[in-house]
Structure formats: structure tokens, C-alpha cells
Design a protein around this ligand. Structure first.
Ligand code: DQA
Length: 141
């Protein structure tokens, strides 16, 4: 299988970004761990990280035919981007929403995901394990 792991805004800053919240591992380190996890399961993982909503939308538009599914951390866009929700809704391959932190246990505005209702599943609060659960869910889908 081939999967796209899509990371939204500010996730490129992991390592130095609010380490008490997100830990000290960089995104590259986390993605290397995920790629190895995929490799053990015969899953080829391509990672795309962007701070730009339009770039994330275009990646979702282009996912069908290239990937068997998408593991998506929309980051702050989770809570308000109807454009990304619409892009997930018209994506012809399954999309799993993931978060490093538990979005239900933080500020009230983070508890709502406008994207989750059009995703196949949501995994939140497990750190990189949330992404791994996303990979497993796509394998089983
Ligand atoms: C996040 C949670 C979001 O609320 C936040 O804006 C992020 C990261 C997470 O992975 O925990 O940037 O998506």
C-alpha cells in the first residue's frame, strides 16, 4: 500500500514548538519513525508538510490514484477550515484525522473538529502513536 501523511501549519516547528505540549522530537524524527513503522507493514509513506491551506487542499485533490489513503493532521485548520473539510469530503480515498495532543482536553476551541465528520476515523492524544493508529486503520479499511 501507499499512503500520504499530510501535516498542517506549525508542525514543521516541532522540537522547539511548545515542547511541554508537543515534546522535543522534531517532525523529521517523528516522520522517520512513522516511515519505519510503515515499512514493517509493507506500506510506503510519503510525507507532505505545509503551512498553506491551498497546498493541503491540492494534495487532497491529487491523492486519488496516487495513494490508498491519507493520514492527515490539519493542525489549527482542524478547528475552522471548511475548505479543508470540503476537500476531505470529495477525496476519493479514505482520510484519517490525527493529532499529537488530545484536542478534547485543551482549550475549548480545540475540542471541535470541523473536519472529523467527513473522515473515516480520528485518533487524538497519542503523540506519534496517533499517526500509527491512522496507518493501521487504513490497512484495515
Ligand atoms: C494539533 C492540535 C491542534 O489544535 C493544534 O493547532 C496543532 C497541533 C495536534 O497534533 O495536537 O497545531 O493538531
Amino acid at each position: 500500500m501507499k499512503m500520504l501523511v499530510l501535516n498542517g501549519p506549525n508542525l514543521n516547528m516541532l522540537g522547539t514548538r511548545e515542547p511541554e505540549m508537543y515534546g522535543t522530537q522534531t517532525l523529521d524524527e517523528l516522520m522517520a519513525e512513522l516511515i519505519a513503522y510503515g515499512h514493517e507493514r509493507d506500506v510506503v509513506i510519503k510525507v507532505l508538510t505545509s503551512n498553506f491551506e491551498g497546498e493541503l487542499i491540492e494534495a487532497l485533490h491529487q491523492a486519488a490514484g496516487r495513494y490508498d489513503g491519507v493520514v492527515f493532521n490539519p493542525a489549527a485548520y482542524t478547528h475552522y477550515s471548511i475548505a479543508l473539510r470540503d476537500a476531505v469530503a470529495c477525496c476519493e480515498v479514505p482520510v484519517i484525522e490525527v493529532h499529537l495532543t488530545d484536542i478534547t482536553a485543551r482549550e475549548e476551541f480545540r475540542a471541535t473538529s470541523v473536519i472529523a465528520p467527513v473522515c473515516h476515523a480520528q485518533f487524538s492524544g497519542g503523540g506519534i502513536a496517533s499517526y500509527k493508529r491512522g496507518i493501521d486503520a487504513l490497512i484495515d479499511s
